[in-house]
Design a protein around this ligand. Structure first.
Ligand SMILES: Nc1ncnc2c1ncn2[C@@H]1O[C@H](COP(=O)(O)OP(=O)(O)O)[C@@H](O)[C@H]1O
Ligand SMILES: O=C(O)C1=C[C@@H](OP(=O)(O)O)[C@@H](O)[C@H](O)C1
Ligand SMILES: [Mg+2]
Length: 184
């Protein structure tokens, strides 16, 4: 449990958004720019099971994956000064939304369907929820999921940025907002 309220400068940054929006890639670069440790919840789940995500889904099922996801989000969001990237389905669970919004700064990585479509070929292999889906079914999932990402503190349109530029933009914006809201 957090023992005292954190200042806005200390809160962990929590990256949310649809699969493939760039949460893992950009989150890692953002952490480096802010001199923070980076945690990818999917990677932590894989470590906990000792298996890659597609095998966790096929052997233990999505329910077990979601339970571990919730447990790890609860644990890591107690810590300050991290950049934490969640999986795209984490905000389906109300508990995850609540804990991230109260403990962290939640950034929505917002990607348009047109940009996302360009990435689909690199995404299907390791993401069980995309495997065996038609493009139309993926679009339906993409649109259904948008509502859960509206639970955020700030959103960032990723379409026009390569990953390093996205991290630079986010780091600069965060620092500016800290200077305005919590001048040192
Ligand atoms: N801003 C970007 N521009 C172009 N490609 C990107 C960008 N961000 C991520 N990618 C690529 O998209 C794929 C998915 O990125 P990833 O960070 O794993 O997304 P997420 O964690 O949101 O699922 C990776 O192959 C990554 O290299
Ligand atoms: O949207 C989802 O339900 C999922 C997103 C994935 O993470 P990324 O969003 O990092 O791809 C991963 O957690 C798992 O395959 C399920
Ligand atoms: Mg990821």
């Amino acid at each position: 449990m957090l023992r005292f309220p954190l200042s806005i400068r200390e809160k962990s940054i929590v990256c949310i958004g649809f699969m493939g929006a760039g949460k893992t890639t950009v989150g890692k670069l953002l952490a480096r720019r802010l001199c923070r440790d980076f945690v990818d919840i999917d990677e932590e789940i894989e470590k906990a099971f000792g298996l890659p995500i597609p095998q966790i889904f096929s052997i233990y099922g999505e329910k077990a994956f979601r339970e571990k996801e919730r447990e790890l989000i609860r644990a890591f969001t107690q810590q300050p000064l991290l950049v934490i990237s969640l999986g795209g389905g984490a905000f389906l669970q109300e508990e995850n939304r609540k804990i991230c919004l109260s403990n962290g700064i939640v950034l929505h990585f917002d990607i348009s369907w047109d940009s996302w479509k360009q990435r689909v070929h690199i995404l299907t292999e390791n993401r069980p929820l995309l495997k065996d889906k038609t493009l139309e079914e993926m679009e339906q999932l993409f649109r259904e999921r948008q509502i859960i990402y509206s639970a955020n503190h700030s959103q960032f349109q990723v379409d026009d940025y390569e990953a390093p530029e996205a991290a630079e933009y986010l780091a600069d914006s965060l620092k500016l907002s800290w200077d305005i809201h919590a001048p040192q």
